[in-house]
Design a protein around this ligand. Structure first.
Ligand code: 5AD
Ligand code: FES
Length: 346
């Protein structure tokens, strides 16, 4: 086995160039096995065989941003736009609670319709209706004051993938008006405000090099987020990246193990994108260090329209009840879905 893998198992504080070497070992079966073993050991130590679940409510696919990879970016004229009403959102929570969810994730495009006032109202109603549940927001870049207001209204967690920690690469994925430094400032602000914070990136996005991925790992090491979301890039037919190849499932799985080892207590989802690229992708993710799944709780009528990438799973009628499906999938690899807020362990 390559020396760098042993070095990493002993001391996770690698330099960027060493992370590049570690990433390049992903095709070495011995490296894969060694990292997988340690990752599973650590996830078992802190979380046993429990898998936490989050009910994902995709409440708007309007977006003022224009990320080149994303199917709901503003310049996609073909996107079939929708917004859920406050009432519809609360119905999702009601159904979700019945199904056993104790965390709700409100995710949406950066939609100006949802002013801070409207968001505050939704947050307060959810926290009042289901006080034993955690509420996670995933609504993009906002000012410090907005984040503060949402926190005071009761939001507990915030997901904001940094997408890539390499500024040049960030520029290849986003228009000039979107800046990596601003995104990172948001993450630091969220931390300062006491949110449990989630960062993350796509694996295999166009222009990504091993160097970029190493930079992502260095950034995670610095930020020490409580949650990390990673999944393979998947092209969307109405974007400039329609013809680009999708990211590698194997590399994504390898990085899940690396991240578990770097941040042993991290809340690490086996993502929908991973499940889209491989029918057993999420199960494989759990076997490599992931400990969270995020099934869809959005109304079935809207699911198809929240299309960040092509062939997204769980968007048809048959997926009305993702929780049951996922529960069986989780059991198939020897873990158990639990009905719990699923906070990070101290
Ligand atoms: N492929 C994979 N993931 C994507 N995301 C957006 N577009 C794509 C795509 N084409 C991810 C981004 C975003 C998250 C909500 O979905 O990382 O942060
Ligand atoms: Fe949605 Fe399986 S998780 S149908």
């Amino acid at each position: 086995m390559e020396k760098i893998v042993k070095d990493f198992l002993e001391n996770q504080n690698l330099k960027k160039d060493e992370f590049v070497e570690l990433i390049r070992a992903y095709k070495d079966p011995e490296a894969v096995e060694a990292l997988k073993t340690r990752a599973v050991e650590l996830r078992k130590k802190y979380y046993g065989d429990q898998v936490f679940t989050r009910g994902l409510i995709e409440f708007t696919n309007y977006c003022k941003n224009d990320c080149y990879y994303c199917g709901i970016r503003k310049s996609n004229r073909n996107a079939d736009r929708y917004r859920l009403t406050e009432e519809e959102i609360l119905t999702c929570c009601e159904n979700g609670y019945e199904l056993g969810f104790r965390t709700f994730v409100l995710q949406g495009g950066e939609d100006p319709y949802y002013t801070d006032e409207r968001m505050e109202s939704i947050i307060r109603k959810i926290k009042k209706g289901w006080p034993d549940c955690a509420l996670t927001l995933s609504i993009g870049e906002k000012s410090y004051d907005s984040y503060k207001r949402f926190k005071e209204a009761g939001a507990d967690r915030y997901l904001l993938r940094h997408e890539t920690a390499d500024a040049v690469h960030y520029g290849q994925l986003h228009p000039e008006t979107q800046k990596l430094s601003e995104r990172m400032d948001c993450l630091w602000n969220l931390k300062k405000l006491g949110y449990q914070v989630g960062a993350g990136f796509m694996v295999g996005s166009p222009g990504q090099t091993d160097d970029c991925l190493a930079e992502d790992l260095v950034f995670l090491q610095k930020l020490k987020p409580q949650m990390v979301g990673i999944g393979p890039f998947i092209p969307h037919h109405d974007t400039r990246f329609a013809q680009e190849p999708a990211g590698s499932v194997e590399l994504t799985l390898y990085l899940l193990s690396v991240i578990r080892i770097m941040l042993p207590k991290v809340l690490l989802p086996a993502t929908t994108a991973l499940g889209t690229m491989d029918p057993r992708g999420r199960e494989k993710g759990l076997e490599r260090g992931a400990n969270v799944v995020m099934p869809n709780l959005s109304p079935v009528k809207n699911r198809k329209a929240y299309e960040l990438y092509d062939n997204k799973i769980c968007t048809g009628e048959e997926a009305a009840e993702c929780r049951g499906c996922l529960s069986r999938r989780v059991e198939s690899v020897g873990y158990h879905l639990v009905s719990d807020r699923g906070d990070a362990v101290e």
